[in-house]
Design a protein around this ligand. Structure first.
Ligand code: BES
Ligand code: MN
Ligand code: ZN
Length: 499
């Protein structure tokens, strides 16, 4: 699929996409299309009750007087609410409209609405972002009916007053979109293919883009004392791995890095505390946190971000087996703290305990943010709209909350506190790995906090509700996996930690 940014010119083939705003009506390109087609748009508007509201679409096929094969008019809503996110969604709406069509070419000619928040080149770049995210498909495992699932689009053009500036803006956005698609691919891969070993290999392959990648196997982790992580992988036929990625883009090479840590449970059967069949489906996605970290590191490297960043992901498979960890086992973590494992299905926190400790002791980062599909309880609390945020640091939390709003990956902060922490008391070890019946997402976060060093700014993002979606719900996400996390982390970095 080829993306072009070009100066405004006549559209002579394919779909021609123009815009209209609520109230004031057709924007200049739409008015031009209406005029050329002998008023076809104006006549069609009342027939389909098109008023320019956000999300509305009006389509005129094979209009006389116009060489384009169709005109698509997008409702852009109120100009004062038209921002980069709305531009992305608008482009995605047009792409969605062409699903199943034979159209090979699409040309966007969306003028900046008067009073709109996003103009010119930036608008064009974000139309491209929406297009890239919405044309994603994961078809590696289909051998039949491919044409039903594949977009026919070959050439995508964005007409704009300043194509040079638009191309430059896209140059900053494209790496991030590609990071999202990489995360989606990893989450979509089936677990027979994407074992901890294969996952580590795929990250190694990214070393080409300037990322430094190290892979630690079980022997090395054993030496480091990572008994919590290793216990989880102990029932699997496939070796557990810890993958460390480094991007050193800051002017000051020795500046402390920002650190991202991801839960990479390539399949979560629950272990001996086996999940019921229905709850096990989708547990290939239990590495969504790790995928987000990899996607983010790739985005930072591709756009040559002026920051030092490290990504640490714990890759394991949680399986029942004669060698598997038992409920009642006690393991010793790298931090020296011991954990009574009362439920082998509360495995993510065990993996993160060692990955968090490793990231902090080795890199002494500015802050550490972990991402994990950690609890079903966060789904009960927040559904699929917000990820849960837990933190010991107001400033970092607020920065993430703002970044999330800006990129359409919103997060909601939940509390931590001593009273919750007490629920982790164990009869024989330093802590147990489950709390009680209630506040499951909080007690999980409370557990992680025990592996956060004094004064280390830390955020935990529970992404169990947002890493994948059961039916196609979100406007920019056409697949099961969402790639959640790449955009918010990249935005946090670009807003506060570069330069
Ligand atoms: N990977 C699951 C959490 C999960 C559940 C993610 C549903 C996505 C959708 C996690 O490892 C888990 O099993 N958590 C348990 C914890 C419990 C045993 C304390 C849970 O949430 O039920
Ligand atoms: Mn589990
Ligand atoms: Zn899990």
């Amino acid at each position: 699929m080829q993306f072009n940014f070009a100066a405004v010119t006549a559209v002579n083939s394919g779909a021609w996409v123009v815009g209209a705003v609520e109230g004031t009506g057709l924007l200049p390109a739409a008015a031009k299309a209406d005029k050329l087609s002998g008023g076809a748009i104006a006549r069609a508007m009342p027939l389909c009750q098109f008023t320019g509201k956000s999300g509305q679409v009006l389509e005129v096929l094979a209009p006389a007087g116009v060489k384009a094969s169709r005109i698509i008019v997008l409702g852009l809503g109120k100009p004062e609410r038209f921002d980069t996110g709305a531009a992305e969604v608008a482009a995605a709406t047009a792409i969605g409209r062409l699903k199943g069509s034979a159209e090979k070419e699409i040309t966007f000619e969306i003028d900046t609405p008067k009073g709109g928040k996003v103009r010119g080149a930036i608008l064009a770049a974000h139309l491209a972002v929406g297009t890239r995210l919405k044309t994603y498909a994961f078809n590696q495992y289909r051998t039949k009916d491919l044409s039903e699932h594949e977009s026919k689009l070959e050439k995508i053009t964005f007409l704009t007053g300043d194509p040079v500036a638009a191309r430059k803006a896209w140059g900053r956005c494209e790496p991030v979109a590609n990071g999202v698609l990489l995360a989606r691919d990893l989450v979509n891969e089936p677990p027979n293919v994407l074992s901890p070993v294969e996952f580590a290999n795929r990250v190694k392959a990214l070393a080409k883009t300037g990322l430094k990648v190290e892979v630690l196997g079980e022997a090395q982790m054993k030496k480091l004392g990572m008994g919590a992580l290793l216990g989880v992988g102990q029932g699997s036929e496939r070796e557990s791995h810890l993958v460390v990625m480094q991007w050193n883009g800051a002017r000051k090479k020795t500046a402390p890095p920002v650190a991202f840590v991801g839960k990479g449970v390539c399949f979560d059967s629950g272990g001996l505390s086996l999940k019921p069949g229905a709850s096990m489906m989708g547990m290939k996605g239990d590495m969504g946190g790790a995928a987000a970290v990899v996607g983010t590191m790739r985005a930072l490297a591709l756009r040559k971000a002026k920051v030092n960043a490290v990504g640490v992901i714990g890759l394991v498979e949680n399986m029942p087996d004669g060698k598997a960890q038992r409920p009642d086992d006690v393991v010793k973590s790298m931090s020296g703290q011991t954990v009574e494992v009362l439920n082998t299905d509360a495995e993510g926190r065990l993996v993160l305990a060692d990955a968090l400790w490793y990231a902090q002791t080795r890199f002494k980062p500015k802050f550490v943010i972990d991402l994990a599909t950690l609890t079903g309880a966060i789904l009960v609390a927040l559904g699929a709209e917000y990820a849960g945020l837990f933190s010991n640091d107001d400033r970092l939390s607020n920065r993430l909350i703002e970044a999330g709003k800006a990129v359409g990956e919103p997060v909601w902060r939940l509390p931590l506190g001593k009273a919750y922490d007490k629920l982790l008391r164990s009869k024989i070890a330093d802590m147990k790995n489950i709390g009680g019946q209630q506040a499951g997402a909080i007690t999980a976060a409370q557990f992680l906090q025990r592996f956060v060093k004094d004064k280390m700014p830390w955020v935990h993002l529970d992404i169990a509700g947002v890493a994948w979606q059961d039916s196609e719900q979100k406007p920019l996400i056409p697949s099961w996996s969402t790639g959640w996390g790449v955009r918010i982390l990249d935005r946090l970095v670009s807003d506060h930690y570069e330069g």
